[in-house]
Design a protein around this ligand. Structure first.
Ligand SMILES: *Cc1c(COP(=O)(O)O)cnc(C)c1O
Length: 357
């Protein structure tokens, strides 16, 4: 196996590769700690209060990962055997090892959205009436920004329209807001514009906000009490978790506004790639820090393209057979984007020549 020195490589695989800032490391060193299972870690308590307040909800709960945040939330919003309506390309449905079924015991009911957004009419049509044959439909999940759709923003108005349907039918509305601050920064609105229409949500500290670990589940007090017990069942009760919470506090104070820079870099990257022969980018989907590149015009698949990029010191990730994903983040500055574009251009040129010969 070859190891690549970070300094030589431009890593656009994900915003999860971000490293903690000096200030975060300092905060970890100085964090006041206690046993969080006893709810005695003052740093965790402070982060959870901050997160709840920022989201305009009653309470919050720190969990180790976004995947656990979604699982805890699914289980806290439902009972085993319930039907959960979600978007067919959602992270919960694609990337969480089927935990929704394997652990939560739920029946996922996927509906195809438009650029990641569910149509309220489709949701309403999917809710089945009470009948001896049917599971109870109790929850609708949305994702914001929508990862597989290309980091697209689900607008507050779209969420509000969905919430009308869920409320009318007595369902809960949950938001996988792993990158919700990207959505808020993109639309230049307070994050509460998104959260006020959902019952509860999660967001990640470990992506664009650059923390090493952690996500927060946010909602009303009763929901968070249930979530706390379920986190414990899943083995997510942590002890001196203040070492995780301390950088989280820095993230909420200092790392949100700078997401704008990631969005600008993604835009420049996308526009540059769109000009390269054989590559296609749907620019209207480039709303935040994700760029999806269709390489089918080069006559190769995504994995071939990714392997060629890697030889040039550029890392990207697999999205689907002919689509490659690139994500901008705190470790990427404008200069990296210029270099990345040069590398992509070279690779595309090489692959075009291969196709011709
Ligand atoms: C990354 C991500 C998650 C899961 O987060 P992990 O910390 O990697 O488990 C959940 N939902 C979305 C939309 C994500 O992008």
């Amino acid at each position: 196996m070859t190891t690549i020195k970070r300094s030589d490589t431009i890593d656009l695989r994900s915003d999860t590769v971000t490293l903690p800032t000096e200030e975060m490391l300092e905060a970890i060193r100085n964090a006041e700690l206690g046993d969080d299972v006893y709810r005695e870690d003052p740093t965790v308590n402070r982060l959870e209060e901050m997160a709840a307040k920022k989201m305009g909800k009653e309470a919050a709960l720190l969990v180790p990962s976004g995947t656990m945040a979604n699982l805890v939330s699914l289980m806290s919003n439902t009972k085993r055997g319930d039907c959960v309506i979600l978007e067919a390309e959602s992270h919960i449905y694609w990337y969480e090892v089927g935990g929704i079924s394997a652990i939560a015991g739920l029946l996922p009911w996927p509906i195809r959205g438009h650029m990641g957004a569910l149509d309220p009419r489709d949701v309403e049509a999917a809710i089945r009436p009470k009948n001896i044959h049917f599971p109870d439909t109790t929850l609708v999940c949305i994702e914001n920004t929508h990862n597989r759709a290309g980091g697209t923003v689900i607008t507050p108005r779209q969420i509000e329209a969905l919430s009308k349907v869920t409320r009318e039918h007595g369902l809960k509305l949950y938001m996988d807001g792993a990158r919700i601050f990207n959505a808020a920064v993109a639309l230049k609105v307070d994050v509460r514009e998104f959260t006020r229409h959902v019952d509860n949500l999660m967001f990640c500290l470990s992506k664009g906000l650059s923390c090493p670990i952690g996500s927060l589940v946010v909602g009303d007090s009763e929901f968070i009490e249930r979530a706390r017990r379920i986190r414990k069942i899943l083995g997510g009760g942590m002890r001196q978790a203040g070492i995780i919470a301390a950088p989280g506090i820095i993230a909420l104070e200092k790392m949100i506004d700078r997401l704008e820079e990631d969005h600008m870099n993604a835009r420049i990257l996308a526009e540059g790639i769109a000009k390269i022969d054989g590559l296609y980018v749907d620019l209207k989907r480039v709303q935040t820090n994700i760029v999806l590149v269709d390489v089918s015009g080069l006559g190769v698949d995504a994995n071939t393209f990714i392997a060629e990029l890697k030889k040039h010191g550029l890392l990207a990730s697999y999205h689907s057979r002919t689509i490659v994903r690139m994500v901008t983040h705190y470790g990427i500055v404008r200069e990296h984007i210029e270099k990345a574009l040069t590398k992509i251009e070279e690779v595309a040129k090489y692959l075009r020549s291969q196709a011709d010969s």
